[in-house]
Write a protein that binds this ligand. Structure first.
Ligand code: NAI
Length: 341
C-alpha cells in the first residue's frame, strides 16, 4: 500500500506531539513537510525528526511540498482558513479541535468539505480514541448503566501551564475557556448521550491571573446543560489545577454509574512518606492522552488508505463550537441561553 505523505502546520505543543507520533510510530505515513513561524521548531523537526522541507508560510507549503494530506495544529482562529485551503488543493485533512471559533466561519468550512467527499476529513477529539472512554462508551451503549440521567465532566489544565497559556492566548485566538478546554467535554456529552444540548447556563471566576480578565478569558468556568431528552450535564473547565492535568468524567444512569479517571493517576505507584500516601498525577495532556493521540492519527492514515470517512465529522465540530459559544454567551450575559435548532 502507498505510504501517505504528510505536512503539518503548527509545530507547537500539539503539532510536535503529532509530528513525533507520525515519524516514530506510524510506518504507513511519511512526514515530508512542516510549517511554523518559529525557527527553533523548524530546526527541531529537521534535526530530531529528519523532516526535509520546512516552511514559514502555509500557502507556500501547499504549493511546493509533495503531500497527500495535512495535519492542522495551528492556532484555533486559523483552522477554518487552513482547512479550506488544503481541501481546495485536493488534500486529506486532519484538524485539531476546535474546528473553528466562529459559527459563520465553520459554515463556510462545511460547505467546502462537503464539496470534496472523496477527501478524508478528521477532527481531533482524541478522547474518543482513549481506551477507558471507549470501554465506558461500550458499557453505556450496552445499557449496563440504564438510561443516562446526568454526565459530570472536569477538564482542568495544570497551574504550571497558566503562564504559558496567557502568552498563547495573547498571541492568538483560542475562542475562550469553553471553546478551548470544555469543547472536549462537550463532545463527550454528545458522544455518550447521542443527544443535542438544548439550553446552557454558565458562570466563571478569575482569581489567580488578572491578565485573564484583560483577555476576556476565564481561569475557571462551570456550565449546567439540559439535553433534548432532559438528560443533564455539569461541566467544570479550568486552567489552574495545582496537582496536574485533571480530566475526569462521571456518567450517572438509572441502573448504575461509571467514573473515568476519578483521580488523574500517572501510574500505579503509591509513595508512602512524611506527606502520607501520595499518588503521583499526570501533568500534561500529552502524557494523559499519549496513546489516544497516536490512535487518532493512525486512524486518519488508515481512513485515507481505505477511502473511508472517520466517525468524527465537521458537524460534530460545528455543534461543539455552537454549544461552547452559548456557554461563553451565558457567562457574558449572565443568563441561561437557549440553543436554537
Ligand atoms: P502553540 O502556540 O504551542 O503552537 C502554535 C503553532 O502554530 C506554532 O508552531 C506557530 O508557529 C504556528 N503558527 C501560528 N500562526 C501560524 C500561521 N499563520 N501559519 C502557520 N503556522 C502558524 O499552540 P498549541 O497549544 O500547539 O495549539 C495548537 C492547536 O492545537 C490549537 O487549536 C489548540 O486548540 C489545539 N490543541 C489541542 C489539544 C488537544 O487536547 N487535542 C491540546 C493542545 C492544543
Amino acid at each position: 500500500m502507498k505510504k501517505i505523505n504528510l505536512g503539518i502546520v503548527g509545530l507547537g505543543r500539539m503539532g510536535f506531539t503529532h509530528a513525533e507520533n507520525i515519524v516514530e510510530r506510524i510506518p504507513e505515513a511519511v512526514l515530508v513537510a512542516v510549517c511554523s513561524f518559529v525557527d527553533e521548531e523548524l530546526q527541531m523537526a529537521k534535526t530530531k525528526l529528519g523532516v526535509e522541507k520546512t516552511y514559514t508560510s502555509f500557502e507556500n507549503m501547499l504549493l511546493d511540498a509533495e503531500i497527500d494530506a495535512v495535519v492542522i495544529a495551528s492556532p484555533s482562529g486559523l483552522h477554518g482558513e487552513h482547512i479550506r485551503l488544503a481541501m481546495k488543493k485536493g488534500l486529506h485533512v486532519f484538524c485539531e479541535k476546535p474546528i473553528g471559533v466562529e459559527v459563520e466561519d465553520i459554515e463556510k468550512t462545511i460547505e467546502v468539505v462537503e464539496g470534496y467527499p472523496k477527501q478524508i476529513f478528521h477532527l481531533g477529539f482524541m478522547r474518543r480514541y482513549d481506551k477507558s472512554y471507549q470501554y465506558a462508551k461500550q458499557k453505556v451503549d450496552n445499557g449496563e448503566i440504564g438510561d443516562l440521567t446526568l454526565i459530570r465532566c472536569y477538564g482542568i489544565d495544570p497551574a504550571s501551564e497558566l503562564e504559558n497559556f496567557v502568552k498563547f492566548a495573547t498571541n492568538s485566538k483560542s475562542g475562550g475557556l469553553f471553546a478551548d478546554m470544555a469543547i472536549h467535554d462537550i463532545d463527550l456529552v454528545r458522544w455518550f448521550s447521542g443527544k443535542e444540548v438544548k439550553r446552557v447556563w454558565a458562570i466563571g471566576k478569575n482569581t489567580t491571573y488578572p491578565e485573564l480578565d484583560d483577555l476576556g478569558d476565564l481561569e475557571t468556568g462551570a456550565a449546567m446543560m439540559q439535553l433534548e431528552d432532559d438528560t443533564m450535564a455539569l461541566l467544570v473547565a479550568g486552567r489552574n489545577a495545582a496537582h496536574g492535568y485533571h480530566v475526569e468524567t462521571e456518567l450517572i444512569g438509572s441502573k448504575g454509574m461509571l467514573r473515568i479517571a476519578q483521580e488523574p493517576e500517572k501510574n500505579q505507584v503509591s509513595i508512602f512518606n512524611n506527606q502520607g500516601v501520595v499518588r503521583p498525577t499526570s501533568q500534561h495532556f500529552s502524557e494523559r492522552f499519549k496513546e489516544a493521540f497516536f490512535r487518532e492519527m493512525k486512524e486518519f492514515i488508515l481512513c485515507i488508505q481505505d477511502g473511508k470517512q472517520p466517525g468524527i465529522t465537521v458537524y460534530d465540530g460545528l455543534e461543539s463550537t455552537v454549544i461552547a459559544n452559548a456557554c461563553q454567551e451565558s457567562v457574558d450575559a449572565g443568563k441561561m441561553i437557549e440553543i436554537s435548532k
